[in-house]
Design a protein around this ligand. Sequence first.
Ligand code: GLU
Length: 382
Amino acid sequence: MCGIVGAVSDRNIVPILVQGLQRLEYRGYDSCGVAIHEASLKRSVGGLKRARSTSRVSELMSQIETDHLESGTGIAHTRWATHGAPTDTNAHPHVSMDGSIALIHNGIIENYNALKQELIRQGYLFKSETDTEVLVHLVDFISKKENVWFGEALRLALLNVVGAYAIVAISKNFPGQMVAARKSSPLVVGIGANGDFYLASDATPIVEYTKRVVYLEDEEIAVIKLGEELKIYNISDQEKTPYIQQLELELEALEKGGYDHFMLKEIHEQPRSIHDCFRGRLNSSEGWVSLGGLKEYEQKMIQAKRLVIVACGTSWHAGLVGEYLIEELARINVEVEYASEFRYRNPIISEEDVVIAISQSGETADTLAALELAKSKGATIL
Ligand code: GLU
């Protein structure tokens, strides 16, 4: 699951954003990015600047250092792609055509295509394949058409949006300000002691800076302005009183989600992890499955004489579950093998086989060797 971090303060918040992303890194992601407001430390004038990477957050950090990004207002994101490949261009934040609004988003905009076609008719050019870019252009379009500030434009935009989202946006014209909204995707705002604010998709990046937090409810919009009170509105523009909670847990306990051990937490998180993993990839009401990375192998898999799953440890157990499911649903013969056995026993593999390697770390040496072996025998490799 992807992550969101944002902050406004009168000090440089870029290290807070990066560290926040690192705290969310364990959830998995395929790319990351940050956008900041150059003028917000009152040291300089300027607009929004961003850095994005399909590599680790540590690589993003080097870009940030090279570009000397420093600011008191910024947003950052780790992406788990649903619409469009994991590339630099698809990584968040996305910006409006004139560069005045930057926006990050967790979730899926279900009616993005209809919105996109309308925006294209209005002259908007799209640079990415994401559903998210629709949001930033829509906010820009409404803000110009209705002559309203970007926070109001976001609220009006959301009236037209079907889907799940946690969204945070900043604007070149409003340093020290951030607008956030959520529906079916968590977002928490931390209220600092000095008029500063922190925001994230869970409390772990925030707890170091404040224990006073507000969990946004579905279809609520938070308007955050440095040095002012936090304002919360619903999507119909009615003001709500923020329910401020005191975080009881320390960082370590929070990271463990209230469980005694990470192992327990991970076990209990399995339903949610599976749900998150399938978000945007499986639609049971409409009856479709879309697994981007597998698309080009679909025919090979359907025609395969058998599928061989090679893995070690926990991944091997996952393979066993896969065997049951695939045989049950697809009626294709599946074999699951320990990669360490497979690689040393001269297995019979032909070009009609599809070999699926599973590795939690991506680095399991036996599994990588098994993969190479299967490849050398002409099998299709996944
Ligand atoms: N749907 C968006 C995308 O594909 C956001 C995915 C996410 O939740 O990270 O870019």
